[in-house]
Write a protein that binds this ligand. Structure first.
Ligand SMILES: Cc1cc2nc3c(=O)[nH]c(=O)nc-3n(C[C@H](O)[C@H](O)[C@H](O)COP(=O)(O)OP(=O)(O)OC[C@H]3O[C@@H](n4cnc5c(N)ncnc54)[C@H](O)[C@@H]3O)c2cc1C
Length: 475
């Protein structure tokens, strides 16, 4: 934390850039912004623990203002933490060393829709649902609909390499982002043109996609658009076990069928998520599918996929469970008893692995996490031609908060260790933030050196979001 005089001097300088209405020193604002949707920080707040807060929060409106803010921060050597929608699940926006929280919510303009090239240019602060609804009105979709669509913004999506629920068909945000504007820590504004493909050296856009505010501030992006599908069909198939469900999914992709939604729930998750609404046999694993596109192609894809599922021992539940999930996919915004009571805590470790390792990673992680008095339920939720992700969701209830935090950490440590040992990658879409920062070196191995060197060159003073992504942790 800065002393009072330095803090008010800095706030005055920031106010001269963005106007005094767009700078706040109020402690209540800082406390509200002291956490994102990381379950551990939320749980700590419920027990009355005070989290580190920012010295000042600033709301710029243009890239030029962002550049001037970074100039002040560099000169004063004060940390800057970019804030998007604040719905990240890994503590990425937590101001652990104080400093400036740079909140992009005022940068919320949809700048241009190019219907010919099917591209949309937006400021980074546009909330996902607002963009999606606007392009829907013109007959398009961004294809990017994460469950946090109502809460997160485009800059946050890009900064965390997020994944929408239909990523099997449309791709993740790294596939959907064609153009980028970024303000570097040295206040230079750089722009990467929106091109369908190029052959001019490495793809520099990918350096900033997933950089979680550690290399600069994303201020603008150009995203791909798709026509809204003529037809979307839902289908649900229940398998006797995880193995047969995964084999059916692998075959579906291998045969050239690309559903928009593919979600296989393990027995525990099937029981918890579906059995209140559908008659489910104990131990069954529900697969939810959706198909988007032209009427004839959707019909053919669905028919072929169902045939493959039946060949793998599935029972056909029609559209029911899949459609119900679709209609309620944003409901989890309203916390349930499971996540708010006593000293219970839950979280999700979202990992990814190729098909040849997916099942081993799943069983190893499950065993490693359950060892610590955790209830674990999972679904395989973003599937591709070569493999897919697993949402390993856990809950644990302990007698007091201190024990709960310790057990929570052990579940994470052993869960991630099992994932890496069996050849998985520790995050598919949530990013690293603070919660996974200590595992980054193990995950990246020898390539971590490259990330550290890039950080050292782009941000030599270390002002950008220190402590996140395994970078800039104070010794
Ligand atoms: C209920 C719920 C459901 C979710 N579902 C999904 C899902 O389906 N798929 C998925 O991928 N994720 C999901 N998430 C996680 C999260 O919402 C996403 O990771 C999202 O991309 C974060 O965006 P945000 O705007 O909320 O980012 P924030 O939380 O504000 O920030 C996340 C990180 O990005 C950095 N950052 C933000 N904006 C910028 C910027 N403009 N420039 C540089 N750095 C920036 C921040 O410093 C921080 O490190 C979910 C979260 C919740 C709470």
């Amino acid at each position: 934390m800065l002393d009072g005089k330095t803090k008010s001097g800095m706030a005055e300088r920031l106010a001269s850039i963005v106007g005094s209405d767009n700078v706040t020193l109020l402690e209540t604002d800082a406390v509200l912004n002291a956490h994102d949707a990381w379950p551990l920080s939320e749980a700590k707040i419920r027990t009355g623990e005070l989290l580190p807060i920012a010295d000042v929060i600033v709301f710029p409106e243009t890239a030029q203002e962002v550049a001037e803010i970074l100039a002040v921060a560099s000169e004063m050597e004060v940390p800057v933490v970019p804030v998007g929608g604040g719905a990240g699940t890994c503590g990425g926006t937590l101001p652990i060393y104080g400093g400036i929280q740079l909140d992009l919510k005022r940068m919320d303009k949809i700048l241009h829709i190019d219907e010919k090239s099917m591209l949309v240019r937006v400021q980074a602060g546009v909330i996902g649902i607002e963009l999606e609804e606007e392009v829907n009105r013109l007959g398009y979709t961004t294809g990017h609909t994460p469950t946090s669509l109502r809460a997160s913004n485009v800059g946050g999506f890009i900064a965390t390499r997020s994944g929408g629920s239909m990523s099997s068909l449309y791709g993740k945000i790294e596939d959907l982002t064609l153009g980028l504007e970024v303000v570097l820590p040295n206040s230079k504004i750089i722009r990467m043109k929106p091109m369908p493909r190029h052959s001019v050296g490495p793809d520099l856009r990918q350096l900033f996609i997933g950089s979680e505010g550690t290399l600069g501030v994303i201020t603008e992006a150009t995203l791909r658009l798709f026509p809204r599908p003529e037809l979307r069909r839902f289908r649900s198939m229940a398998f006797p076990d995880v193995h047969r469900g995964l084999e059916a999914i692998r075959r579906i992709f291998r045969d050239g069928i690309t559903p928009s939604v593919v979600r296989l729930y393990d027995p525990e998750d099937t029981a918890i998520s579906m059995s209140n609404h559908f008659e489910i046999q104990d131990g069954d694993c529900m697969l939810l599918l959706a198909f988007d596109g032209l009427r004839e192609i959707v019909a053919l894809d669905e028919e072929k996929a169902v045939k493959i599922c039946l060949e793998h021992g599935a029972k056909d539940y029609g559209e029911g469970p899949s459609k119900r999930w679709w209609e309620h996919r944003y409901d989890m915004y309203y916390p349930t008893e499971l996540t708010t009571s006593g000293f219970s805590i839950g979280d999700t470790i979202d990992i990814v692995a190729p098909y040849d390792k997916l099942e081993t990673v799943y069983y190893s992680m499950k065993a490693a996490m359950e060892k610590h008095d955790a209830f674990v339920m999972s679904h395989f939720s973003h599937m591709y031609q070569n493999g897919g992700s697993i949402y390993m969701i856990f809950f644990t209830s302990q007698r007091d908060a201190k024990t709960a935090w310790e057990v929570y950490k052990r579940i994470w440590d052993d869960g991630v260790a099992a994932c890496l040992r069996e050849g998985g990658t520790m995050s598919h879409q949530h990013g690293v933030g603070l919660s996974r920062s200590t595992y980054t070196e193990d995950e990246l191995g020898s390539a971590f050196l490259v990330l550290k060197m890039i950080k050292a060159i782009l941000d030599p003073i270390g002002i950008m979001n220190p402590g996140k992504l395994g970078l800039g942790v104070k010794e």
